[in-house]
Ligand binder design. Structure first.
Ligand code: ADP
Ligand code: MG
Length: 696
């Protein structure tokens, strides 16, 4: 057949409408999709050994002849298909379970290549459920050629229940010729400079690697293409972001203005990092195009002050500003903290969260619409239908890692090309930041306010819980407050609420004469607020909670945190949680209760004991868990990477970034013939975002 990149899979031999539907579940619709459906992992069955040399516990392949077959029925519902396999050196038993069709293939006298793992069972060595295919040496025309399922490095694909690995392998092998006809986005010169194979070979080798070294070269070659597409896309986004024109101008910074008076009322001096961030934002606000800036700083580095200052810059220039936070509690806390400060300066703040009664919210909406309220603070309730601004100049998003690009864009949509400032406490290595937030400029708060007392972190096993709780009760009697974080892993509303309530009962029983509160994400907004207020006012001594308090919560008298099931949290998350203590003058503690069963698990607990720097913890996390999980639920809005690994391939990320810049400088519209393949891939990967960016 005439195979093209956009040939629907349905027309490939062996695929009908039913299989096409299954393939669509994997996102595979065309021949090119199939080619880019790269293996998830590989099994190395390339070691062909004589039967006598088969050892237990290893992946092995061997050529053998079927000597005898039989079927047993040890009990109802279980049949065993057995084959005695032999070569010149010896024989071995192969066993399959409930697979009667095997007897149809495995006729005595036939020769196959088998791959699988051998193990000891019933006092003898046997291979269970091995894969096999006719010995290529036996088939005319295939002599010496590697098989597809055995005797080689075998690809294992992401699959669904309806599609077997054998089937996916056959399909992939079928579309490999397509690789020779694909236009390649990577300049030849770059490929050669890096000593990488041509794309056509890389596609073949990623599916059917002849050996480990070729596989790694293929992976890097395809990763390079992916990263180049990514970086060019980001470059274009960046350019579009800077192509807009500022609609609302800011007055220059001057003594006596609201923002300056605000800084003057602070009970502390800004850190140098805060000063620097403020200067960077100020320069953005004076530029002819809107600001797109990320404010990155570890927990407690003092981001709020910088954000508040920016809000006031908009207000003093006669405009409105909005600040969106990911949780009810954080939005309320911002309103509580900034509201009074702003009020003293004559600035009206309106609050929008689910907990605010409807009538009050409507009144607030009218105040924002008329321009009477200059600052709106809230949760995603801010981006709801009901709210429109009179002159929104600045949209601020706090703890942006909790939001998707969409919500950010929707808040921005409440104004005309407003300035955007997003704050995040997710410390990620620089190359990663430049990629994930590539369309943003970055300010970093790399310095903590002075006088912070470090939080002492201690890891203990569950057996020590009673002892820990006795110590905690003593601290509470000395006037301290504590969080007990229980390991509720956002599963389903019912399960979460039940798990949190069970912990609450447990803690209450452990501390019968202390006031214990409960706060979890599934409570009604009103209840959450009450629980938080009671704790902030010192009415409850111990707050049983979940990761809902991960972001922003600030109760200085709470100096102790006990994290139950600590090994079930990510390191970055534990660091965020731990950031809730160490905010007052008392010595602070974070006790991690966990009995991790793996060496990595134990190492992660030790990292937490040892490190208190968010960047170093993030790096350790990346190293220990890999970027997939680390970035797992974060919605950064970039196209998914199938092959490239932003951590392992950091060198390629940098190379691709350089190359992307060079290309966009030389050919800004990607109109040269040699950039057509690149332009098409960028369009396919970023299409929607790029066109949206151009339209708005
Ligand atoms: P985060 O960066 O985690 O959002 P916050 O803005 O909540 O941190 O600041 C943490 C605490 O540090 C707050 O209580 C804040 O008032 C205080 N703070 C901020 N900047 C300074 C500073 N320059 N000197 C002293 N304390 C500061
Ligand atoms: Mg904060």
């Amino acid at each position: 057949m005439n195979l093209a990149a956009d040939t629907p899979v349905q027309y490939l031999p062996g695929v009908g409408p039913a299989r096409a539907k299954e393939l669509a579940k994997l996102g595979i619709r065309t021949a090119f999709d199939l080619l880019s459906h790269v293996p998830r992992r590989y099994e190395d069955y390339s070691r062909l050994v004589p039967v006598a040399a088969i050892a237990p516990g290893q992946n092995v392949s061997f050529r053998a002849e079927v000597a005898a077959v039989s079927e047993d029925r040890p009990r109802p519902g279980l049949t065993l298909q057995k084959a005695v396999l032999r070569d010149a050196t010896g024989q071995i038993l192969a066993v399959w379970f409930n697979q009667p069709f095997r007897l149809g293939h495995l006729r005595p006298g036939r020769r196959f290549v088998f791959s699988g793992q051998a193990r000891w069972a019933w006092g003898r060595l046997q291979v269970e459920n091995p894969e096999y295919e006719p010995d290529p040496g036996e088939e005319p025309g295939r002599g010496g050629v590697q098989g597809l399922h055995t005797g080689r490095i075998v690809p294992v694909y992401p699959a669904t229940a309806g599609l077997s690995q054998r089937y996916l392998r056959r399909l992939a092998a079928q579309v490999l010729p397509l690789a020779d006809r694909l236009a390649d986005p990577v300049p030849k010169e770059l490929e050669e400079r890096l000593g990488l194979p041509p794309a056509a070979r890389a596609w073949r080798h990623i599916h059917l690697p002849p050996d480990e070294a070729s596989l790694e070269a293929a992976r890097r070659r395809l990763a390079l293409a992916e990263l180049l597409v990514l970086q060019v896309g980001i470059g274009l986004l960046r350019r579009t972001a800077r192509a807009g024109t500022r609609r609302l101008a800011y007055r220059p910074r001057q003594p006596g203005s609201l923002s300056e008076r605000f800084l003057g009322t602070l009970p502390f001096r800004l850190t140098r990092a805060q000063e620097r961030a403020i200067a960077e934002i100020d320069a953005d606000l004076a530029a002819p195009h809107p600001m797109n800036r990320l404010l990155q700083g570890d927990v407690g580095s003092g981001k709020t002050v910088v954000l508040a200052w920016a809000l006031l810059r908009a207000v003093e220039s006669g405009h409105q500003a909005a600040m969106m936070a990911p949780t009810e509690i954080l939005a309320l806390q911002h309103a509580d903290r900034l509201g009074p400060w702003f009020q003293k300066l004559g600035v009206e703040t309106a609050l929008f969260t689910g907990a605010v009664p409807r009538a009050r919210r409507e009144r607030a909406a009218r105040a924002v619409e008329s321009g009477e309220a200059q600052v709106a603070i809230g949760t995603h309730a801010l981006v709801g239908e009901g709210l429109s601004f009179r002159r929104l100049a600045l949209a601020v998003t706090d703890e942006q890692h909790r939001f998707g690009v969409r919500q950010r864009a929707r808040l921005a949509g409440k104004g005309e090309d407003p300035d955007l400032l997003v704050a995040t406490a997710t410390p990620i290595p620089r190359t990663l930041a430049l990629t994930l937030y590539g369309d943003l400029d970055v300010s970093v708060l790399d310095e903590k306010p002075p006088g912070r007392r470090p939080v002492r972190t201690i890891w203990r096993g569950e057996a020590k819980r009673a002892e820990i709780y006795r110590w905690l009760a003593r601290k509470v009697r000395e006037g301290r407050q504590a969080y007990i974080v229980c390991p509720v892993i956002e599963e389903s509303p019912e399960v979460d609420a039940r798990a949190a309530s069970e912990w609450f009962e447990r803690v209450r029983r452990a501390f019968p004469d202390l006031a214990v509160g409960l706060l979890h994400g599934r409570m009604r907004p009103k209840e959450k607020v009450l629980a938080m207020e009671a704790f902030a006012a010192g009415k409850t001594a111990i707050l049983v909670t979940t990761s809902v308090i991960e972001v922003g919560v600030d109760v200085p008298n709470a100096s102790i945190m006990v994290v139950e099931g600590a090994d079930r949290f990510g390191l970055a998350q534990l660091h965020q949680l731990r950031g809730r203590v160490g905010r007052g003058t008392a010595a602070s503690y974070c006790v991690l209760v966990a009995d991790p069963t793996t060496p990595e698990g134990r190492e992660r607990m030790r990292v937490m004991e040892r490190e208190d720097d968010g960047f170093r913890i993030a790096e350790a996390d990346l190293r220990l868990r890999g970027p997939g999980e680390f970035l797992g639920t974060r919605q950064h809005g970039l196209p998914a990477l199938a092959v490239a690994d932003l951590v392992r391939d950091q060198d390629l990320v940098a190379v691709a970034r350089e190359e992307a810049r060079r290309i966009l400088r030389a050919d800004p519209a990607l109109s040269c013939p040699e950039h057509q393949a690149l332009a098409a891939r960028v369009e396919a990967a970023f299409g929607e975002r790029l066109s949206r960016a151009v339209v708005t």
